[in-house]
Design a binder for this molecule. Structure first.
Ligand SMILES: [Zn+2]
Length: 479
């Protein structure tokens, strides 16, 4: 058996991330036509081989408690790579069908499926909504055979790697008790049912009506001022590189590419049509970028690149929720009466978390067996019981991210209100103007993802948290 040391995995892993992010930056920002991700995975095939995984499991079993934690992150990374490699062609196939797909709008326009998705995000015309659902189903019918094969292939992986099934493999490498979390999320759905039933009856007005409050041409300067006020824009020699240029093939959503941490970090943003969404996306990616630029350059690989990913998501959510903060809205944009806007935003927050909770509960059922019979119906039932909206059976695989990634989003959404309240309590309602708050954040960012989300909260004196703070804030704005 080929033996590879953990140190070599760390070194190769770092090189791998640099290449992946470099490629992602060029392709997604519209500066390179053909993507080459598969070739990078091939080049670093040692990071996805069964032999490497077996060596690491052997090493982990002998390791002490503290070391076990960091090795588990490495194992999680390797197993995810292994999964990716097994389904690479099937994934490419599904992606290609989707990126080549076009739809013809009832008014005769022929538009790519991706562009139509963006257009339909802000379209409230009920006739078009029905048409759009039908179009999506037609495209999913073409993609689903590949996605079904991906599912079947993925479900064979645990056995190949010495685990009894997918659920137990995930629980072992993540340390998360899926069934306990599922019970909590069922409880969350129950506890927010009344407020949700009331909130869906409110007339919120069209999202575009709020666009004039968020002038797009002022955005970059407003963000730069935030960085200056908190004294968080620079770290030594480094600063974040903003990519705000318009390019034809630039992805319609923001992203952060930490190519080299902490010295080469790109924040890419493109207008999303509705300006407050662009502000939200920019601030979200800013949270990602900041937690990378302030990381110590000697942070070990597993806490620099791996670790508990909900931590970085939590910081990103804290920054994107500045547009939910009446003090920031007034201070940065001069918005005096944000109540109507905030009601819309908190309804969005509630709807989104209810949807994530339902998707997570469904994903456990999906990952239990290879069998897919009845899963489309199950998806539709679980989702439409939790949220208003169309959840066609045909989306039962496409709308689910791999390997319970949804948990990071759920955790970050629950962390954000607790963390924002902590900042406000300790640094005042204008914490976003205070370099002392900036300093507190810089100290948290310095160590990378060494601590889990729960450990960070414990270090702030918060012993126990779950969804009560999230619900308390909804009660303030929605009822
Ligand atoms: Zn994010």
């Amino acid at each position: 058996m080929l033996k590879i040391s953990v140190q070599t995995i760390r070194e190769k892993g770092e090189e791998f991330f640099r290449e992946i992010y470099q490629e992602r930056y060029l392709v997604w920002s519209g500066q390179k036509d053909e993507s080459n991700f598969s070739a990078i995975y091939e080049k670093y095939s040692v990071l996805s081989s069964k032999e490497t995984i077996e060596s690491v499991i052997e090493f982990m079993n002998k390791a002490g408690e503290e070391e076990k934690k960091s090795i588990r992150y490495i194992l999680e990374f390797l197993i995810n790579n292994y999964e990716q490699m097994q389904v690479k062609e099937l994934n490419d196939n599904a992606d290609n069908i989707e990126s080549d797909a076009t739809v013809i709008f009832p008014d005769g326009r022929k538009v790519s499926y991706y562009a139509a998705q963006i257009e339909m995000m802000s379209n409230k015309n009920s006739y078009l909504k029905t048409w759009w659902t039908e179009e999506k189903i037609k495209i999913m019918d073409k993609i689903n055979p590949s996605l079904e094969d991906i599912h079947k292939r993925t479900m064979k992986i645990p056995e190949e790697l010495g685990f009894s099934n997918y659920i137990s493999m995930f629980q072992t490498i993540s340390g998360i008790d899926l069934y306990k979390l599922s019970e909590s999320m069922q409880d969350f759905l129950k506890k927010t049912q009344d407020i949700y039933d009331k909130a869906i009856k409110i007339e919120y007005g069209k999202p575009e009506t709020f666009s004039s409050l968020f002038p797009e041409d002022a955005m970059v300067n407003i963000i730069k001022k935030l960085l200056e006020d908190m004294d968080i824009g620079y770290s030594g020699e480094n600063n974040i590189k903003f990519d705000t240029d318009t390019r034809e093939k630039k992805a319609g959503n923001g992203f952060c590419a930490p190519i080299e941490i902490p010295s080469k970090i790109f924040l890419v943003i493109a207008p999303l049509g509705i300006s407050y969404r662009t502000y939200g996306a920019f601030l979200h990616e800013l949270g990602h970028a900041l937690s990378n630029i302030h990381m110590d350059e000697h942070t070990p690989f597993e806490y620099m690149r791996l670790g508990d990913n909900s931590v970085e998501e939590g910081f990103a959510a804290t920054f994107d929720h500045l547009i939910y903060n009446p003090h920031w809205l007034f201070s940065a944009l001069g918005i005096k009466k944000p109540e109507k806007f905030l009601r819309l935003m908190f309804f969005r927050d509630l709807s989104l978390l209810r949807q994530w909770a339902a998707e997570f509960i469904y994903e456990i059922e999906l990952r239990k067996t290879e069998e897919l019979k009845g899963k489309g119906e199950l998806y539709k039932n679980i989702l439409s019981n939790a949220c208003k909206g169309e959840f066609p059976e045909a989306m039962y695989l496409r709308s689910i991210d791999p390997a319970f990634e949804i948990i990071n989003y759920i955790k970050s959404a629950l962390f954000e209100p607790v963390f924002s309240a902590y900042l406000e309590k300790n640094y005042g309602e204008k914490w976003f103007n205070d370099p002392a708050a900036g300093n507190f954040l810089k100290n948290l960012w310095k160590i990378g993802k060494k601590h889990t989300l729960f450990e960070i909260l414990q270090s702030m004196g918060i012993k126990d948290f779950f969804f009560e703070p999230f619900i308390a804030r909804l009660n303030k704005y929605l009822v």
